[in-house]
Design a binder for this molecule. Structure first.
Ligand SMILES: [Cu+2]
Length: 511
């Protein structure tokens, strides 16, 4: 294992973690820029804290995951420097929660942030109500809340994630550092070839941090409209970390970007190596699919295998340029209010100002192993024809006194309004059209869907998704089985600034 990797584990691991974190805590008391009056009470129960602090992975035992998640504002080591971030349990990204189908989850949430927040369990098929995946909850500063739910016995194995989902604050809180992965272990992980592959998680996230270690906030509404982005790209809180691969071996990358970036798109390419895609948002594909590039938009996850079948050496994981309709405003230039020629850039999708960047490095470690790719994975069912087809249009418009608002079917989000209704145990097609000037990744809570067609062309990849990119001017048709859970849940654009500016609707599922 490489030095970089070991060092990273040490920093985040149990050996040094507790010491570092307690130092951070006292530092943040004196150096915090939150005013005393608005600072919430610190956690007084130090016994509780010692149980989880410095832990990067929290795994269920005997069918139960019992964890404390403490959202706070403080100093966190990021790219070997101290940054003042919002974090869970002193970690950015937050600890990885690992469960199995049938497990009971009991998550004690403590809000030590100076503002209200809540939690969304992105991609988990669990109730959208009560104390489960309920994004209508508002947990005030200083409050505790116990989330409790069961992972269904037939839940698909996959990579999911948690993050705040308080309308109006979501983008800011994610951008400040709040996100972590959730893994449901299951059938996919037991396929011998997949099981034999060395597994790594890559949580990719962008930051924009000033010289004082503070997160830069958008200087104006224009930047928020484009969706905030940072120029500092990190993988697991590190800059260009190295991942080892043996010659002839298999490496499994779960690019749970849990796309922890609120707006940035990633077009991933690994030098000289194809990706073998084995799972998407909602779990396994029926067989691996070879891909030279993968576009990941906020909210999406991929699980890929990489074969160590090239000349031993070092190979770069690139983030290639992608224009999502607003490139001229991106990066720290835009964040600091130094954006250039903004309006012109929106109209010209080919004018791509972003450059290729290196996210991580794959390095042959001198060892040799013989591993082969799996031929078959887990079948993806074919859904029956839909009972109903609905149409959704994503756009934006000027609103007096509010500036630009982002809309679905002409409406900005209103938690009191039900935008559409669905019957439990039915299948619906949703035809989503983007008539605006920005790409919009569409995310549905609670239930997975399959992509049926894009612009009338049948989708070739049969996969379970919870987020799908709807590019400018295009129409995507998705098929949703409404299963197991009733109640109100939401669908929204996963450029979280757009969601905060209104691009979210309520679907009520009735039994
Ligand atoms: Cu959007």
């Amino acid at each position: 294992m490489h030095l970089n990797r070991r060092k990273f584990l040490m920093l985040g691991g149990t050996f040094t973690g507790a010491v570092l974190l307690s130092q951070c805590a006292s530092d943040s008391k004196t150096r915090s820029t939150i005013s005393q009056s608005s600072r919430p009470q610190l956690v007084s129960n130090s016994k509780d804290v010692s149980e989880y602090i410095g832990t990067k992975k929290l795994t269920s035992k005997n069918g139960q995951l019992d964890v404390t998640l403490d959202a706070r504002y403080g100093e966190v080591n990021l790219i070997d420097r101290q940054a003042r971030l919002f974090n869970y349990n002193g970690l950015v990204p937050g600890p990885r929660l690992e469960v199995q189908p049938g497990d009971r989850v009991r998550l004690q949430f403590i809000n030590n942030l100076p503002e209200a927040t809540n939690l969304h369990y992105h991609g988990l098929h669990i109730p959208p109500t009560g104390n489960a995946d309920n994004i209508f909850l508002n947990i005030a500063p200083g409050e505790k809340f116990t989330y409790e739910f069961t992972i269904p016995q037939d839940h698909r194995a996959g990579t999911f994630w948690y993050h705040p989902h308080l309308h109006g604050s979501t983008a800011r809180q994610l951008f400040r550092g709040l996100a972590g992965t959730i893994v449901v272990r299951g059938e996919l992980d037991e396929i011998p070839e997949v099981k034999s592959a060395h597994e790594e998680f890559l949580v990719i996230k962008d930051f924009s941090i000033d010289d004082d270690g503070e997160i830069v906030t958008p200087s104006n509404h224009m930047v928020q409209m484009a969706g905030r982005e940072g120029s500092l790209l990190t993988v697991n809180g590190k800059s260009n970390p190295t991942f080892a691969i043996p010659s002839g071996g298999l490496l499994r990358w779960r690019i749970a970007i849990a796309n922890a970036s609120p707006s940035r798109f990633y077009r991933l390419s690994l030098e000289n190596h194809p990706f073998y895609l084995i799972a998407t948002d909602g779990g396994s594909l029926s067989e691996p699919v070879e891909m030279s590039q993968i576009l990941l938009t906020p909210g999406e996850r991929v699980d890929v295998l990489i074969r160590g079948d090239r000349e031993p050496g070092r190979y770069r994981l690139f983030n290639l340029p992608y224009d999502r309709g607003s490139m001229g405003m991106m990066g720290d230039g835009g964040m600091m209010g130094r954006g250039r020629g903004m309006m012109g850039r929106w109209r010209n999708r080919n004018n791509n100002s972003d450059s290729t960047e290196v996210l991580a490095t794959l390095s042959y470690d001198g060892k040799t192993q013989t591993q082969s790719l799996p031929q078959k994975l887990i079948p993806v069912e074919t859904l029956p024809e839909p009972q109903t087809t609905k149409r959704f249009s994503m756009n934006h418009s000027m609103s007096p006194g509010r500036g630009m608002v982002f809309l679905i079917n002409g409406n900005a989000f209103d938690p009191q309004r039900t935008d559409t209704q669905a019957q439990l145990n039915t299948v619906e097609d949703w035809e989503i059209t983007n008539t605006g000037m920005f790409d919009h990744p569409f995310h549905l809570h609670t239930n997975y869907f399959q992509i049926i067609s894009r612009n009338g062309q049948p989708e070739t990849l049969n996969a379970w998704k919870d987020t799908v990119l709807v590019p400018i001017g295009e129409t995507v048709r998705i098929r949703i089985p409404f299963r197991d859970f009733t109640g109100k849940t939401v669908y929204h654009c996963h450029i979280l600034d757009h969601e905060d500016l209104g691009m979210m609707g309520v679907v009520e599922i009735s039994g």
